[in-house]
Design a protein around this ligand. Structure first.
Ligand SMILES: [Zn+2]
Length: 138
């Protein structure tokens, strides 16, 4: 049947990095689209107010789409909001219009945790936990 390519099967599980994570349930080829980062489209002004609240709880939900919009995965988010940050990730993000695609940066094995670099531009108060002694602040 023709149509959109089937997305790879992924699932939320407990992560060794931090809280929940998202894991590949099947091998994923390099550059394959895995999932879009869903969330309410809000302005940067609104995002600043919400992020201040989220950061107090050690959470990062707001993803910058462009100069005008931010997606807040705390409202209307999908599985993508549980994908953890890593400084040497196996996924990358690609923005098409207002859609944020998470794609495989290399071939990913079944059972691997998915990660991407958050490239946060905010307060940098949350210590990165991608590996022991990383030292970066998100
Ligand atoms: Zn790190």
């Amino acid at each position: 049947m023709l149509g959109r390519p089937r997305p790879p099967r992924i699932a939320r599980r407990r992560s060794k990095l931090h809280g929940w994570g998202v894991f590949a349930l099947e091998p994923i080829n390099k550059n394959r689209r895995i999932i879009d980062y869903a969330g309410e489209l809000i302005t940067h002004k609104e995002s600043l107010e919400r992020e201040t609240r989220y950061l107090k709880r050690g959470q990062i939900w707001c993803f910058t789409v462009n100069r005008r919009w931010v997606r807040d995965a705390n409202v209307g988010g999908n599985l993508a909001r549980f994908i953890n940050h890593a400084c040497k990730p196996n996924c990358y993000t690609q923005i098409v219009g207002t859609t944020i695609w998470i794609r495989a940066a290399r071939k990913i094995r079944a059972g691997e945790e998915l990660t991407y670099d958050y490239h946060t531009d905010g307060e940098h108060v949350i210590p990165c936990r991608c590996r022991p002694g990383c030292g970066r602040k998100l």
